[in-house]
Design a protein around this ligand. Structure first.
Ligand code: 13P
Length: 249
């Protein structure tokens, strides 16, 4: 059985006091929840305070990015070791906003994932097609290329520590969610591709999250699909009310 994983990607939002009060509320509301893995991914500036705040709770700390090296002359970047020092367990890698705005490609995302795994951070690796690609019926070829690229050279045992997030770019922040059928079609394709690369056992254990305008109103039907194992939530993760409803769908 794959345990559902619901992660909040706060993106570049929340000052320190707001972030702390949001997790205080979440801790309280979500205290009884055992059957979900709950992750919050705040901006770097909040990681230290939230690590303290989340100690002993059932909410896990994640980050939104890391750099593919341990130390060195990389002005402005953050090492996976620095995240680990703060108690970060998961890190979103290769979000479409990073691909689009900061030029990240499959090869860099692959390097970042490799070093994260080596240093003990679990990657939430993002893939997904643009609207143009979907309209040109390129969705499956794009997804296949992304999967092959981001997972290149990773071992079967490393796959056990990875989560894939399928986020169709046209559904991010647009209010336009993929239908359950559209999402499931791609999720099941991803699992099949992973099965071709690593075998069925590994593919069946892999968790694949859906992301893109997930809300309290659509989470339950998305989660009914066979290959949807959780959600990566943007906007709706910024309030305790909506995020906790999504976690407890
Ligand atoms: P929204 O939920 O705001 O559409 O964002 C999705 C996303 O990008 C999560 O990483």
């Amino acid at each position: 059985m794959r345990k559902p994983i619901i992660a909040g990607n706060w993106k570049m939002n929340k000052f320190i006091p707001e972030g702390i009060s949001l997790v205080k509320e979440l801790k309280e509301i979500l205290k009884p929840v055992k059957e979900r893995e709950i992750v919050v991914c705040p901006p770097f500036t909040l990681l230290f305070s939230l690590a303290e705040e989340l100690k002993g709770s059932n909410i896990i700390l994640g980050a939104q990015n890391l750099f593919a090296a341990e130390f060195g002359a990389y002005t402005g970047e953050i090492s996976p070791l620095m995240l680990k020092e703060l108690g970060v367990i998961y890190c979103i890698i290769g979000h479409s906003e990073r691909r689009r705005l900061f030029g990240e490609d499959n090869s860099l995302i692959n390097q970042k994932s490799k070093i994260a795994l080596k240093l003990g951070i679990k990657p939430i690796v993002c893939i997904g097609e643009t609207l143009e690609e979907r309209e040109k019926e390129l969705t499956f070829s794009v997804i296949k290329e992304q999967i092959t690229g981001v997972l290149a050279g990773l071992s079967s045992s490393e796959l056990a520590n990875i989560v894939i997030a399928y986020e169709p770019i046209w559904a991010i922040g647009t209010g336009r969610t993929a239908t359950c059928e559209q999402a499931e079609e791609v999720h099941s394709f991803i699992r099949k591709e992973v099965s071709n690369l690593y075998g069925e056992r590994i593919a069946l254990a892999l968790r694949i999250q859906y992301g893109g305008s997930v809300k309290p109103e659509n989470i339950a039907s998305l989660m009914k699909e066979k290959d949807i194992d959780g959600a990566l939530v943007g906007g709706a993760s910024l309030s305790a009310d909506s995020f906790s409803k999504i976690v407890r769908y």
